[in-house]
Design a protein around this ligand. Structure first.
Ligand code: PNW
Length: 497
C-alpha cells in the first residue's frame, strides 16, 4: 500500500459537512409492504434472478424500512452532519403517477426525516436512485420523453410533503450508469441493449431534472428556501501513455462519462460536450445512419437545462487508463467506447477491491476535482468553480472482516487527495458522504460486494448491524476534523497494511 509518511496534516474546513449514503432499493426492503408498487429492480430480480450474481434481491435487504430509530441512533453515534438517502418513487406513487399517493410512503419518509432532524442530522434526499416504477418502464422508461413529466409530478409531491423539512435535494443519482448501463448495456435494470438507448435515456433524464428544478423555483423556493442538485458519476480517465492520441482518448472518455450530463447544466454554452456531439455524429455517418444516434437538444431544451442546479453532487470511486480503440495489445477495457474511439483499462497492478471495476487510485480524486473546477470556471457566469459535494466514495470487500484495513486506508488516502484539492488547488468542495452507511444490495452483484462502514448480517432475520473499524475511524475523523492514520480501537490491530 501507498506510504503515508509524506501526508500533510490538512484539516477539514469548519463548515465542511460529513455524511454517509444509502439508497432506497439497496437498504429498505419491504418491497411490497404498505402499498408500495413494483419498481424495475423488483421486477428484474423476481422475473430474472440470474441477472444477479448471487441470484439475490432487495426484498428485505437491510430491512431499513423497519429500523428508523435504530439506524438514526447509529448515524448520531457516527457524528455525521447529514444522511444521504433516496426516496423510493414506487413507495410514494405505486403506479409511478400521481393518480394515487400512497399514505404509508408519506408516513415512512416523514418518520425518517423527523427522526433525523430530532437528532440534528440533515436529510439530503435523492429522488431517483436507479429504481424507476415498473409501470413507467412498461411505457418505455427513460426512452420515453413523457417520463420527464411524470418525474416532475413526482417531484411536486415530494416538495409538497417533505420540502418544509428537506432543504437539500438531488434529482437523479448517476445518469451515466442509469442510461449507459441500463439502456445500452446489461449491468443495471432494465438491461435494454440499444445502441441509441443510452442517449435517448440521457435526453429524457436531463429534461426531467430541469423540469423538477424549475418547478421548485416557481412554486417552492421562496417559501422552502432549499437547494436542488444532481449527482453525477465521475470516474477519472487518464491517458495510458503521454501520446497525444492517448490524451485525446482520455479527454473524450471524461467528456463522455461526466461531461455528457455536467456540460448541459454547468457549462457556459450548455448542451452536450462538443467532442461528444462530433464523434457520435461521425460514427453514425460511418454506419450509414441518416442522422446522429445522439438526439439533438433543441435551443429551448438547452436553455431549460442550462444552469438548473444549485450544487454539483459527485460520486467518485476509481480511475481508468485510456488509448484509442485501434491501439493493439491492450485488450478490451471496461470502458470501450466505439463512438468516442476510447478504450479504457484498469491498472492491474493497483490495489483492488471486491468489485471488478474498482481499483485504489487516490490521485484520480484530486484530478477529477481539478477538472471540474477548470471546466466549469466562468467568471461572470452562474458557475464559477461551482460548489461540489461528494455524495459517494468508498470501496468494497467481501464483508468478512470487521477489521477492514482496506476501507480505512482507501478512505484516508482519498480524503487526503480531497484535502489537497481544497487547500492547494482551491477546489470548492463543501461536503463528503462515504458510500456506504452499511453493507447492502449491490445491484447486479447482489450481496457479494460490501461497501459498508457498518456490517449487516444478512443471514439473521433481525439484520443486526455491527460497526467495522472504518466506522470508528470515520467517527474520529469527523470529531477531530483531520485524517487519523493511527487509530487503534480496542480489539483492532493497527491499520498499516
Ligand atoms: C454507484 N459501474 O453505482 C451507486 O450510486 C451506488 O448505488 C452503488 O452501490 C455504488 O456506486 C457502488 O457500486 C455504480 O458499473 C454502479 O462501474 C455501477 C458502476 C459504478 C457505480
Amino acid at each position: 500500500l501507498t506510504s503515508f509518511s509524506n501526508c500533510k496534516e490538512y484539516t477539514f474546513p469548519d463548515n465542511f459537512k460529513f455524511g454517509v449514503a444509502t439508497s432506497a432499493y439497496q437498504v429498505e426492503g419491504a418491497w411490497n409492504v404498505g402499498g408500495k408498487g413494483e419498481n424495475i429492480w423488483d421486477y428484474m430480480t423476481h422475473t430474472n434472478p440470474s441477472s444477479i450474481l448471487d441470484k439475490s434481491n432487495g426484498d428485505i435487504a437491510c430491512d431499513s424500512y423497519n429500523k428508523i430509530k435504530e439506524d438514526v441512533q447509529l448515524l448520531k453515534n457516527l457524528g455525521v452532519d447529514f444522511y444521504r438517502f433516496s426516496i423510493s418513487w414506487s413507495r410514494i406513487l405505486p403506479s409511478g403517477k400521481t393518480e394515487y399517493i400512497n399514505p404509508d410512503g408519506i408516513r415512512y419518509y416523514n418518520e425518517l426525516i423527523d427522526e433525523l432532524l430530532a437528532n440534528n442530522i440533515e436529510p439530503l434526499v435523492t429522488m431517483h436512485h436507479f429504481d424507476l416504477p415498473q409501470p413507467l418502464e412498461e411505457e418505455g422508461g427513460f426512452l420515453n420523453l413523457a417520463i420527464a413529466d411524470y418525474f416532475e409530478d413526482y417531484a411536486d409531491v415530494l416538495y409538497k410533503n417533505f420540502g418544509d423539512r428537506v432543504k437539500e435535494w438531488t434529482t437523479f443519482n448517476e445518469p451515466t450508469p442509469v442510461c449507459f448501463l441500463g439502456y445500452s448495456g446489461e449491468f443495471l435494470a432494465p438491461m435494454i441493449t440499444r445502441k441509441d438507448g443510452g442517449y435517448l435515456c440521457g435526453r429524457t433524464l436531463l429534461i426531467a431534472h430541469a423540469k423538477a428544478y424549475h418547478l421548485y423555483n416557481k412554486r417552492y423556493r421562496a417559501s422552502q428556501k432549499g437547494r436542488i442538485g444532481i449527482v453525477h458519476n465521475i470516474f477519472w480517465f487518464e491517458p495510458r501513455t503521454n501520446s497525444i492520441k492517448d490524451l485525446q482518448a482520455a479527454e473524450a472518455a471524461n467528456e463522455f462519462n461526466f461531461g455528457w450530463f455536467a456540460n448541459p447544466i454547468f457549462s457556459k454554452e450548455g448542451d452536450y460536450p462538443q467532442i461528444m456531439k462530433g464523434s457520435i455524429e461521425y460514427a453514425s455517418k460511418q454506419e450509414g445512419l441518416p442522422k446522429s444516434r445522439l438526439p439533438e437538444l433543441t435551443q429551448e431544451e438547452i436553455e431549460l437545462i442550462k444552469g438548473s442546479a444549485d450544487f454539483l453532487g459527485i460520486n467518485h470511486y476509481t480511475t481508468f487508463y485510456c488509448s484509442p480503440i485501434e491501439e493493439e495489445g491492450i485488450g478490451k477495457g471496461l470502458f470501450y467506447l466505439p463512438d468516442m474511439d476510447a478504450n479504457c483499462v484498469m491498472d492491474e497492478k493497483a490495489d483492488g477491491s471486491a468489485s471488478f471495476w474498482l481499483k485504489v487510485i487516490p490521485s484520480g480524486f484530486r484530478n477529477s476535482l481539478n477538472w471540474i473546477k477548470e471546466q466549469y470556471n466562468n467568471p461572470e457566469e452562474q458557475y464559477n468553480n461551482p460548489e461540489v459535494i461528494i455524495l459517494e466514495n468508498g470501496i468494497s470487500d467481501d464483508g468478512n472482516l470487521l477489521n477492514d484495513c482496506l476501507r480505512v486506508n482507501y478512505n484516508n488516502l482519498y480524503l487526503t487527495e480531497m484535502l489537497k484539492a481544497i487547500h492547494e488547488d482551491g477546489c470548492n468542495v463543501s461536503g463528503y458522504a462515504a458510500w456506504s452507511f452499511m453493507d447492502n444490495f449491490e445491484w447486479t452483484s447482489g450481496y457479494t460486494q460490501k461497501f459498508g462502514l457498518y456490517s449487516v448480517d444478512f443471514d439473521d432475520p433481525a439484520r443486526p448491524r455491527t460497526p467495522k473499524m472504518s466506522a470508528f475511524v470515520f467517527k474520529n475523523i469527523i470529531q477531530e476534523r483531520k485524517i487519523n492514520w493511527t487509530y487503534t480501537p480496542e480489539g483492532f490491530g493497527k491499520c498499516d497494511g
